[in-house]
Design a protein around this ligand. Structure first.
Ligand SMILES: [Zn+2]
Length: 210
């Protein structure tokens, strides 16, 4: 049974995420679930114009003055169903199945991207056995259909100096980057030299404020 898998709080939230329809641009219900969890567990709940929701969580006893850490995930999911499925992503809960150690959804995408990250963030809020410093839990909307949430993020909202984005593909890999997106094209002239060696390439970038 999925609800008996450890860590219990993480799976409990993930099961809720799978029960609440959340394709991109239809995130009201899932944001409302996050808001209720935030209010129930005494976080400060804020929302920006883009619809992103932020829970400010105080540090555990003895860690109240530790540096703030921000964690970020997107609440929407890729909505894809098998051709013979009648699943309606705006209304129907996903049908979870656990087989041979793999959790999948029957006939549809599972939305572990990024539901499992959101569930991990909520577990930090709701499981008192996890000791942590002050947290900013940022749940963005509309990632899969144009990154509307990340692009519309309220400037200056986060106070943390470090942010962990929990949206990744491969276990054990860490990407250093930003939660939005930007394309950079650059050209440079190369001077070829004979022989082998190690080259160090340093890239500096500056972003213009619009
Ligand atoms: Zn993702």
């Amino acid at each position: 049974m999925i609800n008996q898998l450890p860590p219990l709080a993480l799976w409990a939230h993930f099961i809720e995420f799978c029960a609440i329809p959340r394709p991109s641009k239809h995130e009201k219900a899932i944001v409302s679930y996050i808001r209720k969890q935030g209010e129930k567990y005494h976080a400060i709940v804020e929302q920006d114009e883009a619809g992103n929701i932020l829970l400010r969580v105080s540090g555990s006893e003895g860690y109240e003055t530790a540096p703030i850490t921000a964690l970020q995930c997107h609440v929407d999911m890729v909505a894809q169903a098998n051709s013979d499925s009648t699943h309606d992503f705006t209304k129907d809960p996903l049908q979870l199945q656990l087989m041979d150690g793999w959790l999948t959804a029957n006939g549809t995408t599972l939305g572990a991207d990024n539901g499992i990250g959101c569930a991990a963030m909520l577990a930090l809020l709701t499981d008192d056995s996890i000791i942590h410093g002050p947290l900013e839990l940022l749940f963005t909307v509309d990632e899969e259909a144009g990154m509307g949430g990340a692009f519309g993020l309220q400037p200056g909202w986060l106070k943390a100096q470090q942010l962990l984005n929990l949206d990744t593909e491969e276990e054990g890999e860490i990407y250093i980057g930003c939660a939005g997106g930007v394309d950079i094209n650059s050209t440079m002239e190369l001077q070829w030299q004979k022989g082998h060696g190690t080259f160090v390439v340093t890239i500096q970038h500056k972003f213009k404020k619009n």
